[in-house]
Structures are given as C-alpha cells and as structure tokens.
Ligand binder design. Structure first.
Ligand code: ZN
Length: 362
C-alpha cells in the first residue's frame, strides 16, 4: 500500500478536535445585590465583568442582545386578554423558536416584541436536550420586559426539565453545557442557583396561570391534585417553596412531593394516555378547572406532531415536538376562536388529535 493512503487513513482515525465553546452570559448577584458578576465562555476563554444593576449587561459572546437585569416578581396568575398565544417545550431549539414566533407575528425580524397588548404563554421546558438553552432563556427574559412595556405580557411556566436541571438532575443536558460548566469551574446547577439572575427568575415562575377562562400548566391537573384541599394561591406558594427543599425533605412532605412527581402538574400525562396515570375523567377535570375559574386547559409536556385539541376542546396540547428542531406550532386565541400557526405563519383551525399523533416520551 502506498504511503499516502495510509497517512490519510491514520488522519481520519484521529478523534476530531473538540470545537471551541462559546456561551453566556451567566449573571450572579454580588452579595450586596447592587451588581452582577457576568461570565462568558468565548472560544474557550473566560471573560468576566462586574456590572451595576442599573446598567445593561453588554454583548460579549453568546446571547446577542444587551440584558437589563429585572428583579420584579411575576404579577399574579390571573389575567384577561382578548388575544393570546402559547408555545411549549422549546428544549434549546432557539432558532426554531425564533422562526415560529416571527412567523406568528409575535416578534419582529430583530427579535423584539411586536405582539402589543396581547399575551404569550411559554408552557415550560425551555431547558435540556438542545444546544441553545442560554439564548432561549435570555430572549424570553428580554421579551418579557418588552411585553410589559407594551402593555402586554409574556408568561413563562416551569416544566419538569427546569426543575430537573435546577435540582441537579443532568441526564438530559446537552454535552455543550457540561463543557461550559467545566470551563467556568462551576457545577451546572450552581450556574442557576438562587444567587443568579436566571436562577432567581426561574424560581419565581408561577406553577400555572389563567387567561380569561383558560388555565395553563406544563403537564396537567391529575385526579390526585383534585383531592388536595389547598387553594390555587396555596399551591403556587407550596410549589415555589419546594425549590429550596432537598430530595430527603421532599420525600417527607406530601404536597411538595406531589408537586414534583409523576401525578404532579409538571409531569402528568393522563389526558392522553392511561399508561402511567389514572384513566381520564372529563367530568372530574371540568370540576377541577371550575375550582380555578377555568373551562379549558392548555398543556405542554406530551409531544405530538402539532398543536391539537382533545376531549371536545376541554384540553389543548401545545408540545408540537419543537425539540426535534424541524417543525412546530403556536396556539392562538383570537376574539373567542382557537387557531394554530406553523413556520408559514398561516392561521388554521385546531384539529382534534388523531390517535397516532400521541407520544409519551416528552
Ligand atoms: Zn415536560
């Protein structure tokens, strides 16, 4: 064998050089909370700056817009709006999220809010799986401020994947982020600790919200939840307190445990399958929704190939498998009617789910 092909063969056999990593910013409050320490990884180099809270965090690398730190907590959980939209389970697919929101007229070509006084709900699971979680989180963070200034609102609900990452379950994290954490010499969950801007923001998210008579929650309300005596406000508070509990503490307290487990609002799939949950009971769900002042519910978490309605419009599912990075859909409510839009932005009616569209692997 001539030398050249041999050399070529040995070169091909070499492991590919690891791609240089860029990501950020990661913002941690200073102990007196008057500034943040901002860190980026830019082509494998750590960049760090301290920035006063009244100044914008500049673009160094990673997310491509300046960031204004805003520590204002979410404004309650009940809203009224003649028009709203919902999207869910982004899972780090930032580019696809941008395309869908742009096509739906919710953001403009520069990725700014153009939805006016309307509301957008992101029904959980922005984190895990994909490679652009940081960009997705900061864009939503920025849009939330723009929406508020425009008299509209962007609501973000927690999904089970937010609780997994923040509580240190890293099974679904893209390897990119393990690389970033290693370079920053910080365990990944600490990059989202309650001393960080995103960590504090994520821990304040409401477990559910209601717009008009539509309730939004990541997984759904299970019959086990129906049996709870707590008010909606008490459930919100218990959920927020559950962030601070260790695994052992969770196991000893029944409500926080329910909120974090498979019959809880972030994990439940019983509207679509009775494989892991108690069989679906429409009458019970109607009663449950009435307790929250709602007549229908919008959920993410269970992946399908589009946005669908189920059980004669009692349930709308909005996890349209954006996680695959290829296509997805947005649910719209416009003056009393439901629509969906995809990458072409055309509004179409929301069909009942065909049985074959159901998956359960979130
Ligand atoms: Zn989920």
């Amino acid at each position: 064998m001539p030398v050249f092909p041999l050399l070529l063969l040995s070169l091909l056999a070499l492991p590919a050089a690891a791609e240089a990593v860029s990501d950020g910013p990661y913002l941690q409050f200073t102990p007196d909370r008057t500034a943040v320490t901002a860190r980026w990884v830019c082509d494998d180099n750590i960049r760090q700056q301290q920035i006063k809270l009244d100044l914008a965090v500049p673009v160094i690398c990673g997310f491509n817009k300046p960031i204004r730190v805003d520590t204002q907590p979410p404004a309650g959980w009940q809203f009224q709006s003649p028009r709203f939209a919902a999207i869910s389970d982004i899972h780090g697919q930032y580019d696809l999220m941008l395309q869908l929101l742009q096509a739906a007229g919710i953001i403009d070509a520069e990725h700014n809010w153009r939805f006016g006084r309307n509301h957008l709900v992101v029904v959980g699971d922005v984190m895990d799986r994909g490679e652009q979680v940081t960009e997705a989180l900061w864009l939503l963070y920025t849009l939330q401020q723009q929406a508020r200034r425009a008299g509209g609102a962007l609501h973000i609900l927690p999904g089970n994947h937010e609780t997994m990452v923040l509580r240190g379950d890293l099974r679904y994290v893209h390897p990119h982020y393990l690389q970033v954490a290693k370079q920053l010499q910080t365990p990944l969950p600490e990059l989202y600790s309650k001393e960080t801007v995103l960590g504090q923001w994520l821990r304040q998210l409401p477990l559910f919200i209601r717009i008009n008579d539509t309730l939004f929650v990541h997984g759904g309300l299970s019959p086990q939840m129906a049996a709870r005596p707590e008010s909606a406000e008490q459930l919100q508070t218990a959920f927020q307190q559950s962030w601070g509990l260790t695994k052992a503490e969770l196991a000893n307290t029944d409500l926080p445990q329910l909120l974090q487990r498979s019959e809880g609002p972030l994990w439940y799939r019983g509207y679509f399958s009775s494989k892991h949950n108690t069989p679906f009971d429409a009458q019970l769900l109607r009663q449950q929704l009435a307790d929250f002042g709602a007549t229908q519910i919008v959920v993410g978490h269970t992946s399908m190939d589009d946005v669908y309605q189920h059980h004669n419009g009692l349930v709308y599912s909005v996890d349209s498998s954006i996680k695959k990075g290829k296509s997805g859909a947005v649910l719209h409510f416009i003056a009393g009617k439901w629509f969906r839009s995809g990458l072409d932005g055309v509004l179409k009616s929301v069909p009942a789910a065909p049985a074959a569209s159901r998956q359960t692997n979130d």
